[in-house]
Design a protein around this ligand. Structure first.
Ligand code: SAH
Ligand code: SF4
Ligand code: F3S
Length: 486
């Protein structure tokens, strides 16, 4: 990330008749300056400011990437109008973790092709994880010729350069990199919320869980340097951010491959020192790498939120082995119960997959047993989705749909029952809430989150957004509370 003033200074030095610099991020500063000129010309032709809309599919990492795309677009002169059909430039930042994510993109593209017919100067770009799949690119090239620009996860940093190419060409531009070892720092970013922000601490994944496509589309694990991370957080805090979410596919293996290795727990301790920062969250923790050091640091911290997302995937040791998760049911239970013992007010949430190849009713009973024993505060339950190229896709014993549905419902019912009983225990307590927005349904209320991530609604106005408030929790309504300010 870079401050607006600093970027302006850097760009003033560019003579656009020169060849672009080879090194990054200077090269992108050159293209931002060039894109600004092209967008100005577009504005003159249109007689108004051109508009854009970025739609994000998938996880927090994609959401952060979308903020990078918006940062560039606003810098070069586009205006965000929040509606894809009415925009001059539409960007879909895609996800491919499960097939339904892909189907939604194709559906939206179908609708978009009609808008483009009516408005031929509309430009459409696709990026993100789905674009790293060869079969997807082949399909787009064949049947979606109206798409103008396609790029992937590894070269998102050169978005300004790609936009220049797109604005100067009538052809479909496809630029996909197979991998990268590069992390390009110091590019502009806009935030969706003024008071909270995600921060990448690492990219990629080395775990190769047998069902998962992420390592193939996001590449190998790369950690950012602690200095770059701290500098970014300090800049965010100076700009009004009070809560950060550290992002990585497996934050517990952060820093292992840096020239000067550092553990995730040590990174958290450094971040804790940043004055003005109030809350630290992180996502996601792989159980196999969660250290005692991390539990201690969380326990003793004043800023790390009382929430840990600890994906279980399955409670059956046999299935876990097939999934290549590298822990057993017993190891997971021991870890979760140790965390509950050390940090009693922590909220534990998880991800569960139902219908992995070869899964029997008895395996699902094991999953249900873990849900009950851990007592999750919340769990995301997914039906297994076959991803081309992953080892699980080649497994022979895929589970019939009706069996999966039945087991999925069993798991879901258990999760709902267990989490309801957990959430309710805070009734009558006073807690700190970070106010996030005016309530969607009743504008006399504001909505915020407790440290443990539970939502709370209470009387208040816009002046409270972005502040921490003491709230008395009056009533629990399943997943959220209503309360009053004290
Ligand atoms: N790195 C994170 C997960 C990222 S993907 C972790 O390991 O915890 C988010 C969730 O999607 C996973 O936890 C898993 O539950 C689910 N998921 C991944 N691949 C899937 C597939 N092929 N089918 C169904 N769910 C899947
Ligand atoms: Fe996928 Fe496993 Fe990596 Fe998570 S840890 S992103 S589930 S391969
Ligand atoms: Fe989806 Fe990519 Fe995230 S596949 S879940 S957007 S890393």
């Amino acid at each position: 990330m870079i401050k607006k003033e600093d970027l302006e200074i850097k760009m003033q030095s560019f003579d656009l008749t020169m060849t672009p610099p080879a090194e990054e991020p200077q090269r992108q500063y050159y293209y931002i300056a060039k894109a600004k000129k092209l967008v100005q010309e577009l504005e003159t032709r249109l007689g108004r400011k051109p508009t854009f809309c970025v739609t994000t599919f998938g996880c927090q990492m994609n959401a952060r990437d979308s903020e990078k795309l918006s940062g560039i677009l606003e810098e070069i002169g586009y205006v965000d109008n929040g509606s894809d059909e009415k925009s001059d430039f539409v960007i879909y930042n895609t996800c491919t973790v499960r097939d339904n994510a892909n189907q939604r993109v194709y559906g939206r593209l179908g609708a978009l092709s009609n808008y483009k017919k009516k408005n031929p100067q509309m430009r459409i770009a696709l990026c993100g994880c789905m674009m790293q799949e060869e079969t997807v690119i082949a399909k787009l090239k064949k049947s979606y010729r109206f798409v103008d620009l396609i790029f992937g996860t590894h070269n998102i940093f050169k978005f300004a350069e790609l936009v220049c190419d797109m604005l100067e060409s009538e052809d479909m531009i496809v630029d996909i990199w197979e991998s990268t070892d590069k992390i390009v720092e110091d590019l502009p970013i806009v935030r969706k919320y003024p008071f909270k922000s995600g921060i990448n601490i690492m990219f990629g994944c080395n775990n190769f869980c047998s069902y998962c496509i992420v390592p193939y589309v996001r590449g190998r694990e790369r950690s950012r340097s602690p200095e770059d991370i701290i500098r970014e957080i300090e800049m965010l805090v100076a700009d009004g951010v009070v809560e950060i979410m550290l992002l990585g596919q497996n934050v517990n293996s952060y820093g292992k491959n840096l020239d000067n290795p550092i553990s995730f727990a040590q990174l958290l301790q450094k971040i804790e020192q940043i004055e003005g920062l109030e809350r630290i969250r992180f996502m996601t923790s792989h159980p196999k790498d969660l250290s005692d050091e991390l539990i201690e640091v969380m326990r003793d911290s004043k800023k790390i939120c009382r929430h840990l997302h600890l994906p279980l995937q399955s409670g059956s040791t046999r299935i876990l082995e097939q999934m290549n998760r590298r822990y057993t049911k017993e190891q997971y239970l021991e870890l979760a119960l140790k965390i509950r013992r050390e940090i009693p007010d922590i909220s534990l949430t998880t991800d569960i997959i139902v219908g992995f190849p070869g899964e029997t009713d008895a395996d699902v009973d094991d999953t249900i047993d873990v849900i009950r024993k851990v007592g999750y505060d919340n769990a995301f339950t997914f039906i297994y989705s076959k991803r081309t190229g992953t080892p699980a896709a080649a497994m022979e014993n895929q589970v019939p749909e009706d069996v999966v549905k039945r087991n999925f419902n069993r798991v879901l019912e258990t999760v709902q029952e267990v989490s309801k009983n957990r959430t309710v225990v805070y009734t009558g307590q006073e807690v700190e809430v970070l106010v996030e927005e005016i309530n969607e349904h009743d504008d006399s209320l504001v909505t915020g989150r407790m440290s443990n991530n539970t939502m709370v609604h209470f009387k208040g106005d816009a002046s409270l957004v972005g502040t921490l408030q003491r709230v008395y929790l009056e009533e629990c309504h399943g997943f959220y509370y209503t309360g009053r300010s004290i």
